[in-house]
Design a protein around this ligand. Sequence first.
Ligand code: CO
Length: 136
Amino acid sequence: MTPYNIDHVAIAVDDLDEAIERHRQLFGAEPLWREVVADQGVEEAMIPIGGSFVQLLAPLSGDTPVGRFLTKYGEGLHHIAYAVPDIAAALQDLRGEGARLIDETARTGGRGAKIAFVHPAAFAGTLIELVELPDE
Ligand code: CO
């Protein structure tokens, strides 16, 4: 399984409106859309840069994974998302390599994509998300 793109780089923020505005001010980039992903306890804004996105991620409450992340570490880099052609095959390969997974099977994320998180213990203390985009 080889990723074919960096789908997005996610940055955890306290205030989504403020972060979008600050990012616009500094880098002149506009979000293409934003959406609440209740399942993950977040609201996210996707800002296209080249063929990838920066995902600004704000928690819906303190008692969510991103809320706890912010309490522990403050704002900053949260995860990197690799686009893969077949997420089930990718998870199978990672399992075969003994990689620790957060999601044993894919679930539905933003944009109707199939997503799964790989535990930071699997590689360099970095949270990696796998993304299989829906067919256009
Ligand atoms: Co993500």
